[in-house]
Structure formats: structure tokens, C-alpha cells
Design a protein around this ligand. Structure first.
Ligand code: A2P
Length: 313
């Protein structure tokens, strides 16, 4: 039911997935939301070692198979991400193996570098301590990501929170180009420059915070332009926000812990925005919320690294 797009790796990905991050993440609540999502038709799930949701997602997948909601793991597209303390060439393989173990699966569909930031090895924590930030060996880490794909631990590899400048750097040495760049994208942070760059290079954008949720611009569902269009079309503001992304040619991961809203967010495939509506949305004032500053402690010094190298804007 959900359309799929073909990544540059040749693998297909459902264009809408479910985001799994939630703070705090309560395992039983998470698991039941993921089961609801599978029941209403989601086949693409986005997790990360940072989120603490790999375990409940793994359990939900096992349970969904047991309940007959899906026939096998292969019917799902599962993404996970490499967190900053593992952003070192020799720690990538152990990190993906740990994710696979917690997810109780023997492969990922997509493995992403979560941020172009490396910190000293250690357990996951947020915020990152400024003094723990170290220069990122992007080439070494990417080669290790490529090795994960060659070994069959993941079908595709990609990045998250990368600017076009950082993508350019990866493409200069990559044997396997990134299949995906997952970034904040919504009507309040439209990413036109990155969108054009990625389209030219055959990299698929996945939009996170499509509704401006917890980590996003927070001004999506309250936008008067969106509400006006929604009323005129008999849709919800959320559906307009998601349909707009779809018409930008990108994929998205959207999050809800409510079964009706999960379902509502999939009802975006059999109608479209008019040119006039698209024009109105393109004029919405832009303000993104996600920058590396939000990941770092306020105090402390940045250890041997220039903050502007980390900026995703
Ligand atoms: P809830 O779990 O109560 O549905 P994002 O995916 O941009 O991070 O946004 C997620 C937030 O948007 C969640 O807080 C979720 O709350 C809310 N949300 C998801 N779908 C809808 C919807 N259709 N209408 C209103 N709010 C929604």
C-alpha cells in the first residue's frame, strides 16, 4: 500500500517509515506502538543505538511474525544508526553487530552515520561533552561502513545530518556512495539546496521531524497556511505536511504513539496539493531547530576541533 522508492544501492525502501525515538522511551509502550504501526501497514522503521528503541523494536518484529501480521523479517525495512562515540573506524563493526544483536536480526536494511561528529569512545550519552569531541576520520569510518555492506550486515549505507559540503567530502573517496541522507525537513525547514544537491547525486533524502516534532521546528502543525489548506481540502494539517514532503520527492519517517494518527499519516497517497497550495507553502518563513549546538553541553572547550566544521546548516 505504501509506495516504495529505489535507492542507489538497488534496494527498495517504503517512502514513509515510522520514527521510533521517544524520551523517555518506555519499552512496553514502544513495543505496542510498533505493533500498532505494523498492524496499520507500516513496513519501514527507523531506530538508532542512541534511542534505546532497538530492543522494543526487535521484540515487536518477533511478535508481529508470531501474530501473523507479517510473514517474515524480510517484509520490513529496518534502519539503525552509528552513534558519536562509535564514530571511529575500528568501532563501526562492533557497533553494527551490537545493534543487530539487540534487534534480534542478522541484517539491517540501512545503516547510517548518525552525525558527522566523533567523540571519545564510551557509552551513549546526551548531551555530548564538548571536551570529548575529537576530529572525525570520515574516510576511515566510511570505509568501515562500506565493509558492513560488503559483509551483508546491512543492505545499504548512508548518513544523517550531513550538509551538501560533507556529502561532497564522502563522495570524493567513497567506493559505495551513501544511499540516504536523513535530515530535518518539513514545511518550516524546506532544505531546497540540499534537495537539489541530493537529486543531482542520486542520494535519497529521508525527512525526520516531518511534523516538527520534539526535535524539529515545532511550528509545523501550528502553521496558519497549513491549517487553511487542510480545512479547504478536508484533510488534517499533519496530512498536508506529509503530502508536501511526498511531492518534494523525498522519503520520511514520522512518529506517533497513537494508532489512529499512525493510520491517518498513511492516508496521503491518493490526492494531491494544487500548484497554488504548493506556492503558499514555499513562502512559509524558515527556521530550523536542529544544530550540533543542541547536542553539546554548554560548558567546556571544544577539543581540537572547529565548531563550524560540525555545523549542519
Ligand atoms: P502523538 O504520538 O501523540 O501522535 P515528528 O514525527 O515530526 O517528530 O512528530 C511527532 C509528533 O507529532 C508526536 O508528538 C506525535 O504525537 C505528533 N503527531 C503525529 N501524527 C500526528 C497527527 N496526525 N496529528 C497531530 N499530531 C501528530
Amino acid at each position: 500500500k505504501i509506495p516504495k522508492l529505489t535507492l542507489n544501492s538497488g534496494h527498495v525502501m517504503p517512502v514513509v517509515g515510522m520514527g521510533t525515538a521517544e524520551y523517555p522511551s518506555i519499552p512496553e509502550k514502544m513495543k505496542s506502538a510498533y505493533l500498532d504501526a505494523i498492524a496499520v501497514g507500516y513496513r519501514h522503521f527507523d531506530t538508532a543505538s542512541l534511542y534505546n528503541t532497538e530492543q522494543p523494536l526487535g521484540e515487536a518484529i518477533q511478535e508481529a511474525i508470531k501474530l501473523g501480521l507479517i510473514g517474515s523479517r524480510e517484509e520490513l525495512f529496518v534502519t539503525s544508526k552509528l552513534w558519536c562515540p562509535d564514530n571511529h573506524p575500528n568501532l563501526v563493526l562492533p557497533a553494527i553487530k551490537s545493534s543487530l544483536k539487540i534487534l534480534k536480526t542478522d541484517y539491517l536494511d540501512l545503516y547510517l552515520i548518525h552525525w558527522p561528529v566523533s567523540v571519545k569512545p564510551g557509552p551513549p550519552s546526551l548531551p555530548l561533552k564538548r571536551e570529548d569531541v575529537v576530529p572525525l576520520d570520515l574516510k576511515g569510518v566510511w570505509q568501515a561502513m562500506e565493509e558492513c555492506q560488503r559483509l551483508g550486515l546491512t543492505k545499504s549505507i548512508g548518513v544523517s545530518n550531513f550538509t551538501s559540503k560533507k556529502l561532497e567530502e564522502i563522495l570524493s573517496f567513497a567506493k559505495i556512495p551513501p544511499a540516504v541522507d536523513q535530515v530535518e525537513m518539513n514545511i518550516s525547514w524546506q532544505q531546497q539546496k540540499l534537495k537539489e544537491y541530493c537529486a543531482k547525486k542520486g542520494i535519497c533524502i529521508t525527512a525526520y521531524s516531518p511534523l516538527g516534532g520534539q526535535f524539529g521546528a515545532n511550528s509545523v502543525l501550528t502553521s496558519d497556511v497549513l491549517k487553511e489548506i487542510a480545512t479547504a481540502k478536508g484533510k488534517t494539517a499533519a496530512q498536508i505536511a506529509l503530502r508536501w514532503l511526498l511531492e518534494q520527492g523525498v522519503s520520511m519517517v514520522v512518529k506517533s504513539f497513537n494508532k489512529e494518527r499512525l493510520q491517518q499519516n498513511l492516508e496521503i497517497f491518493d490526492w494531491e496539493l494544487t500548484e497554488e497550495e504548493r506556492q503558499k507553502i514555499s513562502k512559509i518563513p524558515q527556521k530550523n531547530k536542529i544544530s550540533i549546538e543542541r547536542l553539546l553541553t554548554k560548558e567546556g572547550s571544544l577539543n581540537s576541533i572547529n565548531i563550524s566544521d560540525l555545523e549542519i546548516l
